[in-house]
Design a protein around this ligand. Sequence first.
Ligand SMILES: [Zn+2]
Length: 259
Amino acid sequence: MDKKQPIYLLIFITFLSITSCTMQGQAYKPNVSRDVRIGRQVRDEVVRKAPILDRQQYASAYQQLEKITNTILQSPHIRFRTEFEWKVYIVHDDNTLNAFVTPGGYIFVYTGLIRYLDTEDQLAGVLGHEIAHAERRHSIKNLNKRIGTSIALTILLGSNNTANLANTLLGLTFSRSSEREADKYSVMYLADTPYRCNALSDFFDRMAKENNQKKAAWLSTHPASEDRVVNINRQANKINCVKNGTRRSLNTLKNALPR
Ligand SMILES: [Zn+2]
């Protein structure tokens, strides 16, 4: 087979995507099917390597987590409710305080994070933040900026480089503005739910006060900023959404996790 063929195909597809952007002009809508395709590849790679809790064996834990996630996804501020797959995975690692999302809405939550938090509202705050990263397409924009669309396209054309894509994508640090935006949207999504809209601030507040070694994982991809708590509360006051929330304990969910 002609080795140059994939390159021609790549150039052709790049050309197509450029022309379609130009032709659509102001009506340009992001091509989110690509987010889902890239997201699936990253998801597959993570699932292959990370200790993911079995969905059947820990059905109760998954159901509880999905209930919180689906409550947030009902917010009218969610743009890609039907376009993304929105699937949650629990990573069995009590020593890691982390959660992350791939493009296309594959959400990974560590048991360490669930055990660290006290209420459903707080977990909803973190989930809202992760959902916002996918919704606002931060990883995809980041990827395009850092390595250009060509590499992502090459991978989509069937190269076996998915591990590289996953590592690149998961290793990218979000900018401060992306973090601020994800915090802001967490407040907006939760304002449409029974949860306390600024519950994410509890998490940052506590992390800032504690000298916890486990916190490093989340902070490595989500740079901390002193004014985060202030900004979250400012957004909450701006849209006047602060209320008590559910204050529902996370103990039932914690008890459904492996001992
Ligand atoms: Zn973040």
